[in-house]
Design a protein around this ligand. Structure first.
Ligand code: SF4
Ligand code: SF4
Ligand code: SF4
Length: 331
């Protein structure tokens, strides 16, 4: 048996066994630090929650046995096998990581141009999309009445661009839909099914630009999917398509995206470096990589939740392992 095949088989069996053991040993409801305020690694709670283990949790015993438990601020969490001393951290669910985006074509001087007339809001409602809402008094007097795309999970922007046509002050510019510029989608590779040996292209299939925006690398560890930040409009159609509860792909305003990807998950690494670390570990240390996948799969399936009906795949992919594609054929 060649080395590659042996690794692939043992990895699958390993994950399968690990999950079976975990599922069998865990009947109790799992405790998760949904507030992200504890389990804490200096400020990580702002965007992330940890895989926290409670003292009476059977899972604690299981991960302790494997030497994968660390203690942070008096709470125990599952360790990230790729990063010594760090807890596994996951992007919080959508409801806790949701942003008010400016509507399509918002100029840099949007706030000084927008007179809060609400015409874009009416145009969007008239089209039946209801993507734009107006900031209410809870947003403060200064922002009250400002149009925002505030809930892309349930009311994404379809990029019809009607709102830009009715804006009387040019606060929203009539730009091609590719330049809508509302935000950038970011995939959490630890939550994404495709990054954890699953077959999923749900987000890419929902995206109006498909593989112009998405890039796939097909590996024996799954489909490593990326969003090209320079091409993404922030419409949010991908967010609700994701089968992970709370979505593994979130749209962020560009500034937040830049901040978050600069020091991803407070690891001191950029997003790109973090992805590279995952891929290098898969190539050089399949044992560690297997644990990463097994932990994430456990978290996705048994803690966060997975909505099977949303899963979109293409089983008859024409792509071979190791091949990278951003061609539309992949969809
Ligand atoms: S482009 Fe269409 S769907 Fe999107 S915010 Fe404007 S009017 Fe609404
Ligand atoms: S990746 Fe998501 S937010 Fe970006 S253009 Fe595609 S569907 Fe819209
Ligand atoms: S839909 Fe979600 S799980 Fe599937 S590839 Fe996209 S981010 Fe990953």
């Amino acid at each position: 048996m060649n080395d590659k095949r042996r690794r692939g088989v043992s990895r699958r069996e390993f994950i399968k066994t690990a999950i079976v053991i975990a599922a069998a040993s865990l009947s109790s409801k799992l405790a998760v630090d949904a507030t992200g305020s504890s389990g804490g690694e200096g400020g990580a709670g702002k965007y992330y929650e940890f895989f926290v283990l409670e003292d009476n949790d059977d899972r604690l015993e299981y991960y302790s046995m494997l030497g994968l438990v660390i203690e942070k601020n008096g709470r125990k969490c599952v360790a990230n096998p790729l990063l010594p001393g760090k807890c596994m951290a996951y992007t919080k669910p959508y409801e806790e990581d949701r942003f008010e985006l400016l509507p399509p074509g918002a100029r840099e001087d949007f706030y000084s141009r927008c007179v809060r007339c609400g015409l874009c809001y009416f145009a969007c409602s008239y089209m039946g999309y209801h993507a734009i809402s107006l900031v209410d008094e809870r947003g403060g007097l200064r922002r009250m009445g400002t149009p925002v795309v505030g809930d892309v999970m349930y009311r994404p922007c379809t990029l019809c661009m009607e709102c830009t046509k009715v804006c009387p002050t040019g606060a929203l510019e009539e730009v091609p839909r590719e330049e809508a510029g509302m935000g950038v989608a970011l995939i959490d590779p630890d939550l994404c099914w495709a990054w954890n040996s699953g077959d999923c292209k749900s987000c890419a299939k929902a995206c109006p630009f498909g593989s112009e925006v998405f890039e796939f690398t097909f590996t024996e560890w799954g489909i490593h999917t990326r969003v090209r930040p320079d091409k993404c409009t922030g419409c949010g159609l991908c967010v609700s398509a994701c089968p992970i509860e709370g979505s593994a792909i979130h749209v962020l305003p560009r500034k937040v995206y830049e901040e978050r990807t600069r020091n991803y998950k407070n690891t001191g690494m950029s997003y790109e470096e973090y992805l590279r670390l995952i891929q290098e570990t898969e190539e050089k240390d399949p044992f560690k990589a297997t644990w990463r996948t097994a932990i994430n799969t456990d978290y996705i399936q048994n803690v966060r939740g997975f909505i099977e009906e949303k899963l979109e795949t293409k089983k008859d992919s024409t792509y071979k392992q190791g091949e990278t594609s951003n061609s539309s054929v992949a969809l």
